[in-house]
Design a protein around this ligand. Structure first.
Ligand code: AAT
Length: 289
């Protein structure tokens, strides 16, 4: 490649992985929105290959091209494991992607989104297609730290979905504590289920291990599953399913998932089962003390 600056090709975004010695770089073809909020830095820009990119504190949260992979896996593994998910709480997720997926389920009567940063929701409504999910009468939005908010509920929700930033970005750390998981356990009904994003098991295995240990100290059923998200570190993404007595395979509403399958671009009834099959390196991480 020439070392000359080509006009219009000089703006780049660098997302440093934890540790700072590897990462992802993306060309910016158009700057859309940048803002420092009291919580974090929001950047939204366009990339010719990935479409619109949304980043917080310099870390990619979503791109038009692959956000469906992440949001479908976070939402539908929980939603199709629950017998009748009517009342759903999403913690984080201010971009609206998880919300959009949850609202595809006809049983849903109410979805509460508890996002710590009001400015994320405002920017998403204005600049992201996922933000359009907030225009739905079943949705209630609360701007609060999810770890505080969830404490007030006992036996209230069918499904809780934790769509948080990583433990070192903005206030994501609150959503990886044992206290928070305990509050989620209590806020769930007896047949309730939780899913949480737990980062990549390659660069940040420590975070997954920490979340797994802490969730396992609170919930009797805890299962790690995985999916592919190309713009997240390593592309190999982990999630945790947790419940009091619901098993994500035995209790899986397979025919409902099959019937709704045309609405999804990543998730399907085969993936729902296959995603719980873990490679050995990942099993070993979870088995470590
Ligand atoms: N669905 C898009 C992907 C995200 S966004 C995570 C959201 O969680 C952000 O909008 C952030 O403001 C919000 N958040 C962070 N901490 C809290 C908190 N304590 N309470 C409520 N909301 C919070 C996540 C992508 C993760 C993958 C990349 N590492």
């Amino acid at each position: 490649m020439s070392d000359k600056v080509v006009p219009g090709r000089h703006l780049w975004f660098f997302d440093y992985h934890t540790g700072g010695d590897s990462g992802l770089f993306l060309r910016i073809s158009r700057l859309v929105h940048s803002e420092q909020t009291p919580i974090q830095r929001i950047d939204i820009f366009d990339n010719p290959t990935l479409g619109r990119v949304f980043a917080l504190d310099g870390i990619v949260m979503t791109t038009d091209a692959d956000e469906f992979m992440y949001h479908e896996m976070l939402a539908h593994v929980a939603m199709f494991s629950h017998r009748n998910p009517r009342n759903v709480l999403i913690i984080g997720g201010g971009d609206g992607g998880t919300l959009r997926e949850v609202l595809k389920h006809p049983q849903v009567e109410k979805v509460t989104v508890c996002e710590i940063d009001e400015k994320v929701v405002q920017a998403a409504k204005q600049h992201l297609s996922s933000g359009q999910a907030f225009n739905n009468e079943k949705v209630q939005v609360v701007f609060e730290n999810g770890a505080e908010y969830v404490r007030q509920f006992k036996n209230a929700f069918d499904v809780i979905i934790v769509d948080s930033t990583d433990p070192s970005t903005s206030k994501g750390g609150y959503l990886f504590t044992q206290d928070f998981y305990k509050s989620c356990f209590e806020a769930l009904k007896e047949d309730g289920v939780m899913t949480a994003e737990t980062e990549d098991p390659f660069y940040d295995a420590g975070w997954l291990k920490m979340a797994y240990k802490r969730i396992s100290s609170v919930f009797p059923i805890v299962k790690v599953y995985h999916g592919y998200v190309p713009t997240y570190p390593s592309g190999f993404w982990s999630y945790i399913f947790a419940s009091k007595n619901v098993d994500p395979i035995k209790d899986f509403r397979v025919s409902d998932a099959k019937n709704m399958s045309q609405q999804f671009r990543y998730y399907n009834e085969e993936i729902h089962v296959a995603c719980f099959t873990l490679p050995n390196f990942l099993k070993n991480i979870l088995a470590q003390e």
